[in-house]
Ligand binder design. Structure first.
Ligand SMILES: NC(=O)c1ccc[n+]([C@@H]2O[C@H](COP(=O)([O-])OP(=O)(O)OC[C@H]3O[C@@H](n4cnc5c(N)ncnc54)[C@H](O)[C@@H]3O)[C@@H](O)[C@H]2O)c1
Length: 351
């Protein structure tokens, strides 16, 4: 039996990790751990196969029976918990983003290498069937020369937990770019077959909730972590960027909130022979430039969250790194850092 501890019992653990891990054969959820014990207890109530609940993650790390831990805490703790877990001899599956910046992410990769343990990152879209197909189609030449990728991850009102961990840079590393942009940009670099970054340029804004108490919204995810009275909001709620690579160039706009009531989440891949629009998290449409035909391939999309965990366990057994291994995700983190640096300095950054 493969024994796993889940550290952090919030939204992602309850919606994806506990349901997925409960399904996978030969996996036992040895611990649900949350610094707020009531969160771990609630998880056990909903998923009775969880063996134990604890509030101190070190208890899980000190248990020699635990093979691996899933890190589902706020971003800054990804570093702390992962480093402790690796040093305790555990394999780690850590949620995205790797952590709050590239230098710390690199340290995590080096520690995994040093300890000889697997460290995978929850860039789940790499296990989305649509994304896998697009990568194959690009590789097989169906798009011809892929010259540009454009993406949009913009919503009307979606700032999470205003004043809490999500909007406090020291805890999150940033706002919409690091929270949502990582999924989109990592996916694009993956589909392009590992593009090499050349220059990046970005502008970031925090206009929608400059005054925390004046921010108007209809609903707010992670609202239980919000702190309108004494909380901090020092992260981007809108970002616009341009990335030059040795393959296609990339332009994007992302908004957690904006005063345009349209939610647009898609990626356009533009080639000289064909182009495609991927509806984020869903399917894609392909247009053939030669005969102007439209193609909507038929396929099932398996649960990418479950698949990335299954592949993580397989990779531990085989010793062969999966595509979500930290080594293959570091470039995306480097890109985020460069974009934030460009926004801060208001100039283009050469990588
Ligand atoms: N892959 C995805 O699509 C996806 C989706 C959502 C969230 N995430 C990532 O998952 C992580 C968690 O996000 P969330 O939305 O579940 O947040 P959340 O706030 O709902 O949950 C975080 C949990 O961690 C707990 N926690 C904090 N410090 C802890 C500690 N020292 N020890 C144990 N538990 C601790 C909190 O009490 C909370 O219950 C974030 O890094 C986020 O970026 C990924």
């Amino acid at each position: 039996m493969f024994k796993v501890a889940v550290i952090g019992c919030g939204r992602i653990s309850n919606s994806k990790y506990f349901p997925s891990l409960s399904q996978i054969e030969n996996v036992e959820i040895a611990y649900a751990c949350d610094v707020i014990l009531a969160n771990a207890e609630k998880a056990k109530e909903d998923f009775p196969s969880i063996k134990k609940v604890v509030s101190d993650y070190k208890v899980c790390l000190n248990d020699p029976e635990v093979d691996a831990v899933c890190v589902c805490t706020p971003n800054s703790l990804h570093y702390t918990v992962t480093m402790d877990a690796l040093r305790a001899g555990k394999h780690v599956f850590c949620e995205k983003p790797i952590t709050i910046n590239y230098p710390l992410s690199k340290e995590m990769a080096e520690e995994a290498e040093k300890q000889g343990k697997m460290l995978n990152i929850g860039v789940c879209n790499r296990h989305n069937k649509s994304v896998e197909m697009l990568r194959e189609w690009v590789e097989n030449g169906k798009f011809g020369n892929m010259y540009h990728v454009y993406c949009n991850f913009r919503c009307f009102r979606n700032i999470p937990g205003l004043g809490g961990a999500f909007t406090t840079k020291s805890k999150s590393g940033g706002g919409v770019l690091i929270d949502w942009g990582i999924h989109f940009l990592d996916l694009i670099l993956y589909v392009l077959g590992g593009a090499k970054l050349k220059t990046v340029s970005a502008n970031a804004y925090s206009e929608m909730a400059k005054d925390l108490k004046a921010y108007k919204y209809e609903s707010m995810w992670a609202e239980e972590t919000a702190n309108f009275e004494t909380g901090v909001n020092d992260v981007d709620d809108f970002i616009s960027g341009y990335v030059r690579t040795d393959k296609a160039n990339i332009s994007f706009n992302g908004a957690w909130a904006q005063n345009v009531n349209k939610n647009e989440m898609y990626i356009d891949f533009l080639g000289d022979k064909g182009g495609a629009r991927l509806d984020y998290g869903g399917k894609f449409t392909f247009w053939n430039g030669a005969d102007l035909s439209e193609e909507k391939p038929e396929y099932d999309i398996p649960d990418m969250y479950e698949k990335e965990l299954v592949e993580f366990i397989k990779s531990i057994e085989s010793g062969v790194k999966d595509k979500n291994h930290i080594d293959y995700v570091l470039e995306s983190m480097k890109l985020l850092d460069a974009l934030y640096e460009s926004a801060e300095k208001n100039k283009e950054i050469t990588l």
